[in-house]
Design a protein around this ligand. Structure first.
Ligand code: NI
Length: 226
């Protein structure tokens, strides 16, 4: 399941990141690729060694912590410090699957990538191409949302970034180790949480909603690992 989370960053934060990234030092993106994905990847990145990249990544992390929608969809245990990439005309990232294990550069901590995330930072009318295409059981889904929006998808999915033919596509990208390892369990919990929240908005005192909320937490206790 691909989850679209609108406006993870507000307009002011988005504009600030766009300004800072317009002046940042970009390097060849193959530094974070494995041997297979390195063959199909052409883009630019602000790598894990960049102090500015780390500072901008913290802005993204703070926005994620403030987002109930992200918490509900990802149930994060560990979030990889966000990196940034840029695709100029002629650049693309062919079909690949992200590495299963990532080492956090600063701490050496290892993280299992359960979810992949892309936070879009360029408005879609400023570039052509550059769609993120994610394959699941029901075919390929193309997304190109507004700047400030994020998409989350299971890291086990084949995915690619279509070639950019005009303008620049800038995004933050990172991975999440979830408290709930199983994609199926995580997606059922998300469905239950979203349904309980919708029901609570209409009829918050209904005792059945309290029981469903309890069921959500009891399933999370069963399926979650810290
Ligand atoms: Ni990828």
């Amino acid at each position: 399941m691909l989850v679209h989370l609108p406006a993870i960053l507000g307009p002011d934060e988005t504009a600030m990141l766009q300004d800072r990234l317009a002046q940042a030092a970009w390097a060849d993106g193959r530094v974070t690729a494995g041997p297979q994905s390195g063959r199909v990847k052409t883009n630019l990145q602000i790598g894990p060694d960049s102090a500015e990249g780390r500072e901008l990544g913290l802005i993204v992390l703070r926005a994620l912590e403030a987002s109930p929608a992200f918490m509900s969809a990802a149930l994060p245990a560990h979030v990889f410090p966000p990196l940034f990439n840029r695709y100029d005309p002629g650049m693309r990232f062919g079909t690949h699957i992200d590495n299963a294990i990532r080492q956090v550069p600063a701490t050496g901590q290892r993280l299992r990538t359960d979810l992949s995330a892309t936070l879009f930072l360029s408005e879609p009318d400023t570039y052509d191409g550059g769609e993120l295409l994610v394959e699941d059981t029901y075919g390929s889904h193309a997304v190109k949302p507004a700047a400030g929006d994020m998409v989350l998808y299971p890291a086990r999915s084949l995915h690619r970034v279509a070639e950019v033919t005009r303008g620049s596509r800038i995004a933050a990208f990172f991975w999440v180790q979830s408290i709930v390892k199983s994609r199926d369990h995580r997606e059922m919990l998300y469905e239950l949480d979203q349904s309980v929240q919708a029901l609570s908005a209409d009829d918050g005192d209904n005792p059945a909603i309290i029981r469903l909320t309890g069921l959500y937490h009891n399933l999370l206790r069963e399926w979650g690992e810290l």
